[in-house]
Design a protein around this ligand. Structure first.
Ligand code: 5GP
Length: 193
């Protein structure tokens, strides 16, 4: 097991409905040293890519992306969730359905902070059905920028997002891929990487 898998086994809580709670170290209280290790690992996995910007989505992606960015020495832009429908024309917009909250949000990024010159690493905490990622990819495409890679902390490999994103040809690097988890027995199995 790698460092993140070990931490998930130690502190993750498997909930009903295929939800893994990791709020003691990832998305409520945050273990910055763990994030730093994650950043170092992505830096290795994306070595040689001309990344000049990191894109994530609020809220849980921001902390991870900021710590990871210290390994890449690039700025972080986060897509904001917005309920507003009359957005002015200076935003890239994508619609994202939330797996955990079961609602739809527009996510927006200002055109000032993403453009055709950008080579983007997308970072997020979880990959489930891939909705959040598809929205971020759509935003990068609207900007005419290039997706150089995607870094995910926890992929739920039994949901369809990872397969669809890899089938589109993106380099997707998930640091822990869960094959199965059981709310009753608390057992978690990871895909060998
Ligand atoms: P997707 O769009 O891939 O279906 O879901 C990704 C988003 O849903 C992530 O940004 C994350 O916030 C949330 N998410 C999905 N599954 C889980 C889960 O099992 N646990 C937690 N904590 N968040 C999840």
């Amino acid at each position: 097991m790698n460092f993140l898998e070990e931490r998930i086994v130690k502190d993750g809580i498997v909930k009903e409905g295929n939800v893994l709670k990791v709020d003691s170290f990832l998305n409520h209280q945050m273990d910055i040293e763990l994030f730093d290790q994650m950043g170092a690992e992505w830096k290795k996995r994306f070595a040689g890519k001309p990344i000049n910007k990191i894109l994530t989505i609020e809220a849980s992606g921001i902390g991870i992306a900021c710590v990871a960015a210290q390994h890449f020495h690039v700025p972080v832009v986060f897509a904001k969730k917005s309920k507003s429908i009359n957005l002015d024309g200076e935003m890239y917009v994508a619609e994202v359905e939330s797996f955990t909250h079961r609602c739809k949000n527009n996510v927006i990024v200002s055109q000032k902070f993403l453009g055709a010159q950008d080579h983007v690493l997308i970072i997020d905490d979880f990959l489930a059905n891939g909705c959040a990622l598809q929205g971020l990819i759509q935003i990068v495409q609207s900007a005419g920028a290039t997706v150089e890679g995607i870094g995910i902390a926890v992929e739920k490999g039994f949901q369809s997002g990872g397969r669809s994103i890899r089938n589109l040809g993106y380099q997707l690097e998930s640091l822990a891929i869960i094959e199965s988890m059981d709310a009753e027995t608390k057992e978690i199995h990871f895909r060998k990487q």
